[in-house]
Design a binder for this molecule. Structure first.
Ligand SMILES: [Cu+2]
Length: 169
């Protein structure tokens, strides 16, 4: 009776750990190109930036921002997903320096993929920035990772099994 219960708990735990691992490791849509390319130096800002993936993206929940060296948003409008490409409009740029494009897309299989790349503006321009970029939201669920609890749970249950097995012999 107790053993069956333990087996059920361990099985549940293993499945949970596998799912947690899959959630972290699953980058099913892989970025294969960006425009502008990463680390490009540009004299004039682009009108749009885009990232191309190796498979079709889901149009829902897509996010993309361009954050300037001043910490302000330089992207404008909503991101657009077309097939395997996500893009967003860019204002006429401002200070020279590094502009970072952040994105979050959803793979065809439902897994979210996020990342960023940067390009450099070599000549300051006279554009007006958008609002300050909000700190990137922590999507790991409150900032407390789940795996230490899973590992602790596994250790406790493993110990329980060992103890039970020892007692019953
Ligand atoms: Cu996936």
């Amino acid at each position: 009776m107790i053993r069956a219960w333990l087996v059920a708990v361990v099985a549940t735990l293993l499945v949970a750990m596998a799912l947690a691992g899959a959630g972290i490791a699953s980058a099913h849509a892989v970025r294969i190109a960006t425009d502008p390319a990463a680390d490009t130096a540009l004299a004039t800002g682009p009108q749009r930036v885009s990232a191309t993936f190796n498979e079709k993206l889901q149009p829902q929940f897509a996010a993309m921002t361009v954050v300037g060296p001043d910490g302000n948003l330089w992207s404008t409008g909503d991101p657009q997903v077309e097939g395997a490409i996500i893009s967003i409009g860019v204002r006429p740029l401002g200070p020279a320096g590094s502009y970072t494009v952040n994105y979050r897309v959803t793979s065809a299989d439902g897994h979210p993929v996020s990342g960023s790349w940067s390009f450099r503006l070599t000549t300051a321009s006279t554009g007006t920035p958008g609002p300050p970029a909000a700190k990137q939201a922590d999507t790991s669920g409150g900032g407390i990772p789940a795996w230490p609890f899973l590992v602790a749970g596994a250790l406790v249950i493993g110990g329980g099994i060992w103890w039970t097995a020892r007692r019953s012999t």
